[in-house]
Design a protein around this ligand. Structure first.
Ligand SMILES: Cc1cc2nc3c(=O)[nH]c(=O)nc-3n(C[C@H](O)[C@H](O)[C@H](O)COP(=O)(O)O)c2cc1C
Length: 198
């Protein structure tokens, strides 16, 4: 649906967990429910992405990788929900980003707007994992939204047993992140249009 501020935007939602009742999958699900007018979040499941192997890549992307890259290319922006494993990004998410980052400098992540959030059972709310993720995405030329940060700590108190986000304040934070991502995406799209026109 076009809005006064521009055409509608599609955000691909990626959770770095394969667990059925994952809190981070729950964050992406909540994002689909609270996305502001003129935006929509489409969840993308990483379960079928194989482990990165340069020999396999040299023969052509496996179909799940090619499909993942197509989804990113078609999206206006990405919203990523990362768990924190040993103060870092889980392998599932890192591996998917590694595939998507190829070929280097010309990948579907180049100039792609990205927003980050994350939920963990600890108090830190994935702060360390998010810092690692920002650092890694810098090398892909992805354009990560600086603020707001959505750090969901003590996740066991904010999600129900099915992994649905039931904490109202956190749902508001997810919505605020998407509002900022929409503004960030539109700003970057305008910048690109002006660069092409000049
Ligand atoms: C291998 C592993 C390492 C973990 N390391 C951390 C950690 O460093 N910090 C933290 O807060 N939680 C840590 N956790 C707990 C996760 O926050 C918790 O399992 C969370 O539910 C994972 O996200 P998910 O619900 O989306 O699967 C770890 C869990 C696993 C399985």
């Amino acid at each position: 649906m076009p809005t006064a501020s521009g055409p509608s935007l599609t955000f691909v939602g990626i959770a770095g967990s394969l667990r059925r009742a994952s809190y981070n999958r729950g964050l992406i699900r909540a994002a689909t429910e609270v996305s502001p007018a003129g935006t929509r979040v489409v969840p993308y499941d990483l379960a079928d992405i194989p482990m990165y192997n340069g020999d396999v890549e040299a023969k052509g992307d496996p179909p799940p990788v090619a499909a993942f890259k197509r989804a990113i290319a078609a999206a206006d922006a990405l919203v990523i929900a990362t768990p924190e494993y040993n103060h870092c990004v889980p392998g599932v998410l890192k591996n998917a980003i590694d595939w998507a980052s190829r070929p280097a400098r010309q990948s579907v992540l180049t100039d792609k707007p990205v927003a980050i959030m994350g939920a963990s059972t600890g108090r830190g709310g994935t702060a360390r994992a998010q810092a690692h993720l920002r650092d890694g995405l810098a090398y892909t030329n992805g354009l990560v939204l600086p603020l707001p940060e959505v750090l969901v700590g003590l996740a066991g108190e904010k999600f129900n047993d099915d992994g649905n986000l039931v904490d109202g304040g956190t749902r508001d934070e997810v919505r605020d992140l998407l509002v900022s991502l929409a503004a960030w995406t539109r700003r970057l799209q305008r910048f690109e249009e002006e660069a092409v026109a000049s």
